[in-house]
Unconditional design. Structure first.
Length: 184
């Protein structure tokens, strides 16, 4: 079953106040900050929508706060895809699907990246398969939308600032709606 725009709004309104896994922001604040960072960098509407929606799987597959502390990988990067696939293009879905592997890739290819990860991101990295070896990193880089996933990953890592001002939920839902209409 596909999610409607109102379903997405409802998920954020009902569950967006949940803490974002040990970070000083909520799930909604993290989504809004991710979308804002994408916009500030001049990303396409599709990539802004992906940045805003990239962790929607946490709201659909609720495992409580900080599931990594209990050794749980909630596979959030995959969880929302069946619900979003009927309404959004691959240019939104693939960066969402690949944003976890982008972390594994960046740890393998950027010496400074790992040291910038939060405690929860380090814990989740291990649950998500760890740092790519050279072959895994090369295979990831060759995938369609890998570059977009890396951009999304960097915004994801920065979108954890308590009290940061961003446009609101309606702003990003309008962008998602615009992408949905073009995709229909």
């Amino acid at each position: 079953m596909a999610l409607s725009l109102e379903d997405i709004r409802g998920l954020f309104e009902q569950h967006g106040a949940q803490a974002y896994s040990g970070e000083p922001v909520t799930q909604l604040e993290h989504a809004l900050q991710s979308g804002a960072l994408a916009e500030e960098e001049g990303a396409s509407d599709e990539l802004v929508a992906a940045a805003f929606l990239h962790d929607l799987g946490h709201l659909l597959n609720r495992q409580g706060e900080t599931p990594t502390e209990r050794g749980i990988d909630d596979l959030h990067q995959y969880y929302a895809l069946p619900f979003l696939r009927p309404i959004l293009p691959e240019s939104v879905l693939e960066p969402i699907r690949l944003h976890v592997d982008a972390k594994r890739y960046l740890c393998a290819t950027d010496e400074a990246y790992f040291s910038c990860l939060s405690l929860d991101s380090v814990r989740s990295l291990q649950l998500q398969g760890g740092i790519f070896d050279a072959e895994g990193a090369q295979a990831f880089a060759a995938r369609p939308f890998a570059d977009d996933a890396v951009r999304l990953r960097r915004w994801d890592d920065l979108a954890k600032v308590a009290g940061k001002e961003t446009p609101g939920l309606d702003h990003y839902l309008q962008i998602v709606e615009s992408v949905m209409q073009r995709h229909a």
